[in-house]
Design a protein around this ligand. Structure first.
Ligand code: AMP
Length: 413
């Protein structure tokens, strides 16, 4: 396995990596960095958790610092487009850490906050911009962003851009980029639209593919807790009796569901916070920072908000509701067991979610063990449900006996 030193990165970058405790490049880094240092294009099939941020940041920092050019107002030398504000902030944090001592400037651009500070900063020109597409387009429309000095363009999480409905915005940005540039495209999956876009965007790219899903998943202890829907809050509370659980990420299907879980936990005086699309940028950042520094023990999130959360110390992921899309299951549980650690993923499954569980097991080709040892094991209801699914006749409504009216029943007591 090559070391970072053998990749010929600038000494100050090697020093920063040493400080982070990185010993060797991950496969995506090993596959991309030498090619990127030479100026080539990359098609990276990889998701967060593989080390892809460093795979693109390190060579960009090296190249920009090795050939310094002053940026004019509104210009940048490198643009990273990423779908969520959280990812944009995390990428900038990484770039700052890896680039400490290189004296390169960076700026994040995203919506949900006042554009004024972003515009002010842009007026001086920046080396690296990390942006979400919507706000970038707004600023481009007002003439605050110009691309003549762009050398490297990175499209991160392209499939997620498609999922979140941002792909047309992305294409509008791409139209304005100079033809002569280095381009990198990263995507966890390759839907048709992204494959076509990559053909247009990249010139003779090197394809680097890593399959973290199976490798990450192997390190995660997965289990199913069969439980009645109404018992889910109690089950969560009982799991949290284990004081060793310091960083738990809980996934709910809806934003309201996330708020409800937080309310339950607050009643039990368990420190928790929700992040989802209805929360302001400040509230999301507060929640994430609290989670990172340990003041928030349980972070409750919806799929989209949680995309890219990279807190290495997450030991437990709870699927409070099973996801509709089986692939989300893999993304969700991949939030634990980061950077070589181990993790536990517990999925709550109520009778109505049995079909979703089957879809997930089919997708991951693994029968997730059922843990019967918890206090709220609700196997009977599930067995009944399975019987109902197997025998469609049971679904037909039987003629109901006349029931006494509610007020009569009360008066009978
Ligand atoms: P990413 O896929 O960029 O979200 O990175 C996933 C996690 O792996 C982050 O916590 C990184 O800090 C960490 N990481 C990235 N590269 C390395 C490396 N070469 N050795 C150890 N950890 C790494």
């Amino acid at each position: 396995m090559p070391s970072f030193k053998s990749l010929n990165l600038l000494p100050s970058i090697i020093e920063a990596l040493d400080k982070k405790g990185y010993e060797n490049p991950t496969p995506i880094q090993e596959g991309s960095i030498p090619h990127l240092l030479k100026g080539g294009d990359i098609l990276g099939i990889a998701q967060t958790g593989t080390g892809k941020t460093a795979a693109f940041s390190l060579p960009v920092l090296h190249n920009l610092a090795s050939n310094r050019v002053k940026t004019k107002p509104a210009r940048m030398r490198c643009l990273v487009l990423t779908p969520t504000r959280e990812l944009a902030s995390q990428i900038e944090d990484n770039i700052k850490e890896y680039g400490k001592g290189l004296n390169l400037s960076s700026l994040v651009i995203f919506g949900g906050v006042s554009p004024r500070p972003q515009i002010k900063r842009l007026s001086k020109g920046v080396d690296i911009i990390i942006a979400t597409p919507g706000r970038l387009l707004d600023l481009m429309g007002d003439g605050h962003v110009l691309f003549e000095q762009l050398e490297t363009f990175i499209l991160d999480e392209a499939d997620r851009m498609l999922d979140m409905g941002f792909i047309n915005d992305v294409k509008k940005v791409i139209k304005k980029l100079p033809a002569k540039r280095q381009t990198l495209l990263f995507s966890a999956t390759m839907p048709q639209d992204i494959a076509e876009l990559s053909k247009k965007l990249l010139k003779d790219p090197k394809r680097v593919e890593v399959t973290p899903e199976s490798t990450t998943v192997e390190k995660i202890e997965q289990k199913i807790n069969l439980v009645e829907r109404g018992n889910k809050p109690l089950l969560l509370k009982s799991i949290l009796k284990d004081k060793n659980i310091k960083h738990m990420l809980v996934f709910t299907r809806t934003k309201h569901g996330a708020n409800r879980v937080v309310q339950h936990l607050e009643k039990e005086e368990i420190s928790s916070a929700a992040i989802h699309g209805n929360k302001s940028q400040n509230a999301r950042e507060r929640a994430l920072n609290g989670f990172r520094d340990g003041t928030v023990r349980v972070l409750v999130a919806t799929d989209i908000a949680a995309r890219g959360i990279d807190v290495a110390s997450i030991t437990h992921v709870i699927n409070y509701n099973l996801p509709d899309d089986p692939k989300s299951y893999v993304h969700r549980i991949g939030r634990t067991a980061r950077a070589g650690r181990e993790g536990v993923a517990i999925s709550f499954c109520d009778p109505s979610e049995k079909g979703l569980l089957k879809d997930i097991e089919k997708c991951i080709q693994y029968k997730i063990p059922i843990d019967e040892s918890h206090e709220y094991h609700g196997v009977e209801a599930l067995l009944k449900e399975e019987k109902r699914l197997r025998n469609p006749n049971l679904n037909k409504r039987r003629p109901q006996k006349a029931r006494p009216a509610k007020h009569n029943r009360k008066s009978n007591k």
